[in-house]
Write a protein that binds this ligand. Structure first.
Ligand SMILES: [Zn+2]
Length: 130
């Protein structure tokens, strides 16, 4: 099996993944830590206005961000396990090499750009209630 990534490129991507993992770990820890304090501050700030929908929105955004970061952390951990294996950097859908330039930006990418947008369109479709 041939691979388009050199050992040096893999080492670079591995370092990027480790860095990203630490960053997400820290952000999630801060987020969990701050969530109750932030919620309390909002309650106080919004006490005299009828801002319940706005408060609900802010809470939903908090949760969505945490969700996204948790999901990304999972993807980063998976990529770290695979970074030195031959199937890393190969699109899981079409089997094409994912360009190093794309991996430099998103080292945990599982798909090439084309398959990624197709996958996202499909995922969005699935989320719609039947
Ligand atoms: Zn592909």
């Amino acid at each position: 099996m041939t691979t388009h990534l050199t050992a040096g490129q893999r080492a670079l991507l591995e370092a990027a993944l480790v860095q990203r993992q630490h960053e997400l770990d820290r952000r999630l820890a801060e987020h969990h830590d701050g969530l109750s304090r932030v919620a309390h501050a909002r309650e106080v700030l919004l006490q005299d206005g009828d801002d319940a929908p706005q408060r609900e929105n802010a809470r939903a955004t908090d949760l969505a961000v945490t969700d996204m970061e948790t999901q990304e952390l999972g993807a980063v951990s998976q990529a770290l396990k695979r970074v030195h294996s031959p199937d890393y950097g190969v699109c899981v859908d079409c089997g094409e090499d994912i360009p190093f330039d794309r991996l430099k930006v998103e080292a945990w990418a599982l798909r090439c750009v084309g398959c990624e947008s197709a996958h996202e369109a499909q995922a969005t479709g699935r989320r719609t209630p039947a």
